[in-house]
Design a protein around this ligand. Structure first.
Ligand SMILES: NC(=O)c1ccc[n+]([C@@H]2O[C@H](COP(=O)([O-])OP(=O)(O)OC[C@H]3O[C@@H](n4cnc5c(N)ncnc54)[C@H](OP(=O)(O)O)[C@@H]3O)[C@@H](O)[C@H]2O)c1
Length: 248
């Protein structure tokens, strides 16, 4: 069975390790190539875009892919759409492996917004010290003149154009520990946190730290995803693979 895993998330890494141990499956991990030094892949990997839906259709046919597992990050909306369209066009089985979104609990002060520009507007006009825990791709929504000071955390340094004028850059890769997040929020004298609703454990400590310090969180909701089976556990994905084996 030939499987394409669309990666770039911790779920994809977990799945890649599990599939690498299976001699009965031939799986390839696909990465967009955004991270300069990605973690080593246990599976054969390909890097870079496919060239839109048309390019992905061509890849699925050329590589005789039986099943696609979309394990992209919850905010990789375009890749999810392309995968659904290309699988529908080629009759390729498709499922997604994804984590549940975070839910606000007691003590959380969330302002939920649709996207990064709405998050920028939600900061208001009074000068605040803002922790942008959203990676570098969305950071330019906060560029241009602003009364706020921003602390941006990202894996790689963003391109300098369209970034906030008043900016501290913190280069770091998760997972992040609760005590370290508390220390960072205190050291940078943060008033408000901006986060994507990524879900999962690796980056949730900042949300717990914000609650502990009684800081508001501007939470960017997930973009809509296409209809397909979505699993939250490795066991369920492996079960789905078993049920979608092509006939011998
Ligand atoms: N967005 C986030 O917040 C975020 C956070 C952490 C990790 N990531 C990971 O970073 C990658 C890029 O995210 P994004 O938000 O820029 O994606 P996106 O907006 O959904 O996709 C933009 C384009 O990047 C290419 N692409 C995306 N994921 C790919 C993959 N796994 N393999 C090959 N090509 C891929 C595709 O190019 P073509 O049209 O040319 O095929 C796609 O049309 C994804 O793999 C995602 O899992 C994203």
């Amino acid at each position: 069975m030939r499987i394409l895993v669309l990666g770039g998330s911790s779920e994809a890494s977990v799945l890649a390790r599990a599939l690498a141990a299976r001699a009965d499956l031939a799986a390839t991990l696909s990465l967009a190539g955004r991270t300069i030094h990605p973690a080593a892949s246990p599976l054969p990997a390909r890097v870079g875009g496919f060239g839109g839906v048309k390019g992905l259709i061509g890849y699925l046919k050329a590589e005789r892919i039986d099943a696609v597992i979309d394990a992209t990050h919850p905010f990789a909306a375009q890749m999810k759409r392309h995968a659904a369209e290309a699988c529908a066009a080629t009759g390729t089985s498709l499922c997604a492996f994804s984590r549940a979104p975070w839910l606000a609990g007691e003590g959380d002060a969330w302002i939920e917004v649709e996207d990064a520009p709405a998050a920028a507007r939600a900061l208001g006009d009074e000068p605040r010290r803002v922790f942008l825990a959203i990676g570098r791709q969305l950071a330019n929504a906060f560029g241009g003149p602003s009364p706020h000071h921003f602390v941006l955390r990202a894996i790689d340094a963003p391109a300098p154009d369209a970034l906030p004028v008043s900016l501290d850059l913190v280069l770091a890769r998760g997972p992040f520990a609760f005590a370290d997040e508390i220390a960072l929020l205190r050291e940078k004298r943060i008033d408000v946190v901006v986060s994507k609703n990524a879900g999962g454990e690796a980056t949730r400590a900042k949300i717990d730290a914000a609650r502990e310090l009684r800081l508001p969180v501007v939470m960017i909701r997930r973009p809509p995803a296409p209809e397909r089976a979505v699993f939250e556990t490795l066991e369920d994905v492996l079960g789905w693979i078993g049920a979608h084996r092509p006939a011998p």
